[in-house]
Write a protein that binds this ligand. Structure first.
Ligand SMILES: Cc1cc2nc3c(=O)[nH]c(=O)nc-3n(C[C@H](O)[C@H](O)[C@H](O)COP(=O)(O)OP(=O)(O)OC[C@H]3O[C@@H](n4cnc5c(N)ncnc54)[C@H](O)[C@@H]3O)c2cc1C
Length: 468
């Protein structure tokens, strides 16, 4: 492991001024989330769905509907339009539009994306089946014969059929039981075919859809909506990360061991005072070495930025996280983010309880540094052994300065579980505090369940589970 002289101590609160050229410049404030905007955007999406369905219904004549195959064809058109519209929504949900991400968080957006995804896929499969049946009834021929006719005589149908096949493939590999058996990178790469599927299916809707044929204005609106969605994806998932990475020019300056299997990576960069980031947020980090450049993994900042430095702290759990201990100083770093709603903006009460399970201490420590001093934080650090409580001295310092209380809980889950008896015993004013919990998925789920069982309302339970 290549280790330099520590360039800066992250042990205390980020100073209002730091060293070097960026010294004395105030950090850029993070815009507060604006839930009203997201509600308005959701209303626009709802109106769009209503308009799409209304357009399909009104473009159907009564003679078409009552004629042979009319009902199946109509149902096919309706499912096709609804499915295409929901596919657009599914794309928008992963475009990471900042004002939406600030409210829902990346995990929230992905949750919605997963909830919505089965609908467009099922509706588009239903569309293909119903249209084939409807057209076969109209032509008074067999369904399989009609499949051949559709594929050979109608424009853009072969690409649409391939698109539907790819969509189904992306859907199948995303079923939890199948996805969990695949390497994350394999799943992610195959799952990208969804974009290709949508792109190649687009033409047949415009050329054949009854709502579009002979309606140039509708064609324009639909095309603009899709082009704008593609633009948003490119802008926020590709353009912004590239611009941000070039602007800050991050490089690794130090890799520092923190505990068993845990290292901190300190990066330095330009203009970090202009990077708006809250304690508790994370970036997707891409270390530009031969073996790492192609994968971006999410890691939280483990301290507020101290321009020109940023720090992340990583526990080795698999090939990527383990290999980061071998990073060399000078390695270039590209970042995407910051993301996450596990921040002081979520706070409702004046006081806060912070609970970290294992490596969840990273986001917890950065959040603690960012909380107002009046938060009088109670912090619970949970680990199997004392040496697993990495960054504990930094946390202890920050707690002391805020007049808070730190509990270090070590032992197995059975010995040191946080349950409905032990949690209120440690934190008697639990119901007057926001609860911030961070760590592995199972740990977070247990604490959230315990808090709910103790009567803590959902609005004051905030969590970051280290799984997307
Ligand atoms: C919001 C968030 C913040 C995190 N912050 C930290 C942190 O500060 N310190 C830390 O040590 N760990 C953190 N993690 C966990 C870290 O991302 C994973 O441990 C790491 O990506 C594992 O990769 P691997 O190749 O070493 O292990 P693998 O064996 O490949 O993966 C282990 C598990 O990590 C998750 N994972 C792997 N790759 C990704 C990816 N590209 N995107 C999302 N999840 C992935 C999956 O759930 C997987 O099952 C965070 C995770 C999330 C979601």
């Amino acid at each position: 492991m290549a280790i330099n002289t520590p360039p800066i101590a992250f042990g205390t609160d980020a100073p209002s001024s730091a060293r070097g050229k960026q010294a004395g410049k105030a950090r850029r404030p993070v815009p507060a989330p604006r839930p009203g905007l997201v509600t308005a955007a959701a209303a626009v999406v709802g109106v769009g769905l209503g308009a799409t369905l209304a357009l399909t219904i009104t473009s159907e004549t009564s003679s078409e509907f009552t004629g042979p195959g009319g009902v199946a064809s109509f149902a096919g058109n309706l499912t096709g339009m609804a499915g295409s519209y929901l596919a657009l929504v599914m794309v928008l949900l992963v475009s990471r539009i900042p004002f939406v991400e600030h409210v829902l968080g990346l995990d929230g957006l992905l949750r919605w994306h997963r909830r919505v995804a089965p609908w467009p896929i099922s509706l588009l499969v239903a569309h293909a089946v119903l249209i084939t049946i409807g057209y076969a009834q109209t032509a008074k021929t067999g369904t399989w014969h009609e499949v051949g006719t559709l594929l050979t005589r109608y424009p853009d149908m072969i690409t649409a059929a391939v698109g539907l096949g790819l969509m189904c493939l992306a859907g199948v590999i995303s079923i939890r039981a199948i996805r969990s058996r695949l390497r994350r990178e394999t799943w992610w790469t195959v799952h990208l075919v969804m974009y290709l599927a949508l792109a190649i299916s687009f033409a047949h809707i415009i050329v054949l859809g009854p709502s579009f044929v002979g309606h140039p204005a509708t064609q324009v609106v639909w095309s603009v909506a899709w082009a704008a969605s593609a633009g948003l994806v490119l802008c926020y998932r590709v353009g912004l990360p590239v611009v941000r990475s070039i602007r800050h020019g991050l490089r690794v300056v130090e890799v520092r061991p923190e505990g068993p299997g845990v290292v901190s990576i300190v990066c330095s960069g330009r203009n970090l005072n202009r990077l708006a980031v809250s304690g508790g947020q994370f970036f997707c980090w891409r270390f530009l070495t031969r073996s790492h450049w192609w994968q971006a993994h999410p890691y939280s900042l483990s301290a507020l930025p101290q321009p020109p430095y940023l720090r992340l702290t990583v526990k080795s759990v698999g090939d990527h996280s383990a290999s980061l201990a071998l990073l060399r100083p000078g390695t270039r770093v590209a970042v995407e983010g910051p993301y996450g709603t596990f921040t002081r903006h979520a706070q409702r009460h004046r006081r806060a309880l912070l609970i970290a399970g294992g490596i969840g201490v990273t986001a917890t420590r950065a959040l603690l540094e960012d909380l107002p001093r009046a938060a009088q934080p109670v912090v619970l650090l949970r680990g199997t052994r004392q040496e697993d409580l990495v960054l504990r001295e930094e946390v202890a310092n920050l707690v002391r300065r805020r007049g808070g209380k730190l509990h270090e809980l070590t032992g197995t889950r059975e010995q040191q579980g946080l349950d409905e008896q032990s949690l209120p015993a440690l934190v008697p004013d639990l119901l007057d505090r926001d609860i911030f919990v961070c760590g592995p998925e199972g740990f977070v789920a247990d604490i959230v369940a315990t808090a709910r069982a103790l009567g803590v309302p959902d609005e004051v339970i905030h969590y970051e589970a280290f799984a997307l």
